[in-house]
Design a protein around this ligand. Sequence first.
Ligand code: ZN
Ligand code: ZN
Length: 181
Amino acid sequence: MKCMICKNVEMVKRELEEKLPASECTKCGGIWISANNYWNWLKSQGSPLPEKPENYTLKLEVFDSKQVKICPDCGHFLTRRKVGHGLGFCVDRCETCGGIWLDKNEWEILKSRNLHDEIHFIFSEPWQRAVAQEENRKAYESHAEKFLGTADYGKISEFKRWLEKHPQKSFILAYVKNQEL
Ligand SMILES: [Zn+2]
Ligand SMILES: [Zn+2]
């Protein structure tokens, strides 16, 4: 099998994890996981591992390949989707057979957050809806920071975090809003 990025480079077999064979390009480091291999490995894993928080993310560089890719197993175009959850790259998957393409280091990074056993979910509508919400929230926050200035934004963020956990949240909000006092 030739690498779909480097074209003329033959991919080599690699045991990505125990019981998870994959093909790897020795030039770009891209990885192809055939659908059957992924499902079989998932079955051997039992229930999905709980997601780890953002600060667990492995700090490795990703060269997110953006070109159109064709599934080496069935010949259909791959679909590219954002991972979200604080990760800035996309992954590619064949929606026809379920095969997965990962660029160099993407597997390691997904694994550092326990998202490597949920790659198939990334392509689902609820996951992508959550990714869009996450992006909207970030855009809103960065707008607020620009509008208020970093110092005031910092104060308000701290206040918000404190308020979220406060048992008298509604009273405090009403108190702050009351102009007549
Ligand atoms: Zn390659
Ligand atoms: Zn396919």
